[in-house]
Design a protein around this ligand. Structure first.
Ligand code: NAP
Length: 248
């Protein structure tokens, strides 16, 4: 059960946080994992860690917001492995401020990385997956796409857009046995949430029924499940992994 032996996976935003934990968990389950992000040093150290644990990995430096780099990255992966079974669209950035003050460049940068980046990677992944007549696409959205969050209009819009993208593509490719789902983490201890002021962290914790932030591995394991053969009948869904912060 839950073996990913023989599967080829690509995780974007793999250099730290949830993407890193997901890459390690997919490798632990037996997948060969292409790890993508912009920071080459961190990717090389992750690939080395996967290989030291007996797994297989390929570091792919690419900016998901750049269509040419995405195309080159996929060429590298498909040239080496000739297939792709699992795509995890996880790369994201934040540029938080109130909507009234938000600069267009901060709106554009967040939408471009978080939503357009997922679209570009999905387009590239669909070619081999449609040919194989199988595949798993997992988009990492956020609880704030479901609840809203002041000061994050760009990020929330990108993450809500990702839920729409998940459902649209799930419908388009279901006839080829490709599933497309989203995982919506609540607040998770990663470099993204590390800079939040302690008072805000304490306030947020008080809103979480389980009373704590999540760990990156707890998100990773939900992704491993959705990537598995056992999840074959689940598509177009949003799986909340949020300590009960949002139910529904
Ligand atoms: P993180 O620590 O900030 O990591 C983000 C990752 O995305 C990094 O590996 C970064 O690597 C990569 N990235 C950013 N821009 C990129 C680009 N243009 N091209 C390629 N890679 C890029 O974030 P995290 O907390 O692990 O979050 C991971 C995912 O979970 C994100 O989608 C985030 O929105 C979502 N999420 C997180 C939380 C949370 O509480 N942490 C909650 C809900 C949802 P490089 O800088 O090396 O490119």
């Amino acid at each position: 059960m839950f073996t990913l032996k023989g599967k080829i996976a690509l995780v974007t935003g793999a250099s730290q946080g949830i993407g890193r934990a997901t890459s390690l968990a997919l490798a632990e389950a037996g997948a060969t994992v292409a790890v993508a992000a912009r920071n080459r040093e961190k990717l090389a150290s992750l690939a080395a860690e996967i290989e030291a644990a007996g797994g297989a990995s390929l570091a792919v430096a690419m900016d998901v917001a750049d269509a040419a780099q995405v195309k080159d990255g996929f060429q590298l992966i498909l040239g080496k492995f000739q297939r792709l079974d699992i795509l995890v669209n996880n790369a994201a950035i934040t540029r938080d401020t109130l909507a009234l003050r938000m600069k267009l460049e901060d709106w554009d940068a967040v939408l471009r990385t978080n939503l357009t980046g997922a679209h570009l990677c999905t387009q590239q992944a669909l070619a081999p997956m449609l040919k194989q007549r199988s595949g798993r696409i997992i988009n990492v959205t956020s609880v704030v796409a479901q609840t809203g969050n002041a000061g994050q209009a760009n990020y929330v819009a990108s993450k809500a857009g990702l839920i729409g993208l998940t459902r649209a593509i799930a419908t388009e490719v279901a006839s080829r046995s490709i599933t497309v789902n989203a995982v919506a983490p609540g607040f998770v201890e990663t470099p993204m949430t590390e800079p939040l002021p302690q008072a805000l962290k304490d306030k947020l914790k008080s809103l979480i029924p389980l009373g704590r932030f999540g760990q990156d591995r707890e998100i990773a394991m939900a992704i491993v499940f959705l990537a598995s053969d056992e999840a074959a009948y689940i598509t177009g869904q949003v799986l909340g992994v949020n300590g009960g912060m949002h139910m529904g």
